[in-house]
Design a protein around this ligand. Structure first.
Ligand SMILES: C[S@@+](CC[C@H](N)C(=O)[O-])C[C@H]1O[C@@H](n2cnc3c(N)ncnc32)[C@H](O)[C@@H]1O
Length: 279
C-alpha cells in the first residue's frame, strides 16, 4: 500500500479547527506527494495533510508557538494529557463568562501544560475555529456559543499513533529556515497564508503577518530546495500573481466552495492553485 492514504481509506481529522485547514482538499493534494523518506510541513497549522500520510520521518513546523507547544506537550506526555485536556470540556466551562476567564488565564499563564490545555479549549469553544491575536500578542477570539463542543479524543490518539510510526521533529521557526534545512530529497508541502482575493479581504488571522514579501520568499525557497533534490508542493489561491510567482512549477487548478466572510451565507466558488516543483 502507498505511504499516502488515498480516497478509499478513511481520512483522519485533525484535533484542532484551523483557518485554511486542508481537510476537505486532501483528495487533490495527497496524490502529488511522492513516497520519500521525509515529509516537511513548514506551515503545519492543524496538520490535515501530515495527519493523513505516513512518512518514516516528518518535520512539522509552524511559527505559532502556542500551536507548537500543544503538539509538543501531547508528544511528551502521551495519553496522560487526555484527562487534563478533557477536564476543561465540561458544561460549566461552556458559557461566555467562563470562556473569557479562561482566555485571560491563557494570556497570562507561563505554565506550558496549562497553556496547551487552554489552547485546545479555546480552539473548540471560540468563534468559528479562529486563531487570532491582537497587536500586543494576546489571543482575542470571542466566545463561539456551541451547544456541545467536541472533545477530539480519537484525533489526539491518532497524532500519538503517528508519533510512534514516524520520527516527528517539531519546530517553531520561520518557514524559510525550515525549507533551507530540509533533508536532501525530502517532500515539502507548503500551505502558507493565502494571497488575499481582493485588497479588502486581507484576513490572515494567524500569529504572524504574511505579505507579498513572504510570498516571494516562499517561491524562491522552493526553487532552492529543488536544487537539493526536494519535491515542493505549494497551495494558494489561483490568481494572476500566484501563477506568476510559481512560474517555474507545474501548475494545477481546481475550485472549492468557501465561506469568505464572517457571514457564513456568503459562500463563493474560489479557484485553488497547486504548484508542484520537481527535482
Ligand atoms: C493555511 S494555514 C495552514 C493550514 C494547515 N495546512 C491545515 O490543514 O490545518 C497557514 C499556517 O502558516 C503559519 N505561518 C504564518 N506565517 C508563517 C511563517 N512565516 N513561518 C511559518 N509558519 C507560518 C500560520 O501560523 C498558519 O498555521
Amino acid at each position: 500500500m502507498s505511504q499516502i492514504q488515498l480516497d478509499t481509506v478513511a481520512r483522519h481529522r485533525p484535533f484542532l479547527k484551523w483557518p485554511g485547514g486542508k481537510f476537505r482538499l486532501l483528495s487533490h493534494i495527497l496524490p502529488h506527494l511522492p513516497q520519500k523518506q521525509c515529509l516537511v510541513e513548514p506551515f503545519v497549522g492543524a496538520g490535515s495533510v501530515f495527519f493523513n500520510t505516513v512518512f518514516p520521518q516528518c518535520v512539522v513546523n509552524d511559527i505559532n508557538p502556542d500551536l507548537m507547544n500543544l503538539y509538543q506537550y501531547i508528544q511528551i506526555v502521551g495519553t496522560a494529557c487526555l484527562d487534563h485536556f478533557e477536564s476543561f470540556f465540561q458544561p460549566k466551562n461552556n458559557n461566555a463568562r467562563r470562556y473569557y476567564q479562561l482566555r485571560t488565564q491563557f494570556n497570562t499563564t507561563t505554565d506550558a501544560q496549562d497553556k496547551a490545555a487552554l489552547f485546545l479549549y479555546l480552539n473548540r469553544h471560540g468563534y468559528n475555529g479562529l486563531c487570532r491575536y491582537n497587536n500586543k500578542g494576546l489571543y482575542n477570539v470571542p466566545f463561539g456559543y456551541y451547544v456541545r463542543p467536541y472533545f477530539p479524543h480519537k484525533e489526539i490518539l491518532h497524532f500519538l499513533e503517528l508519533s510512534q510510526k514516524s520520527k516527528i521533529s517539531l519546530r517553531c521557526a520561520h518557514f524559510s529556515d525550515v525549507i533551507r534545512e530540509a533533508p536532501r530529497g525530502a517532500v515539502i508541502y507548503c500551505d502558507p497564508p493565502y494571497v488575499p482575493l481582493s485588497k479588502t479581504a486581507n484576513f490572515t488571522g494567524y500569529y504572524h503577518p504574511f505579505g507579498l514579501e513572504e510570498q516571494i520568499q516562499l517561491a524562491e525557497s522552493a526553487c532552492l530546495a529543488v536544487k537539493r533534490g526536494c519535491t515542493v508542493l505549494i497551495s494558494n489561491h489561483d490568481l494572476p500573481i500566484t501563477r506568476e510567482l510559481y512560474r517555474p512549477a507545474k501548475l494545477m487548478t481546481f475550485s472549492v466552495q468557501r465561506n469568505i466572510s464572517c457571514n457564513s451565507k456568503k459562500r463563493v466558488k474560489v479557484g485553488e492553485l497547486l504548484a508542484l516543483y520537481m527535482p
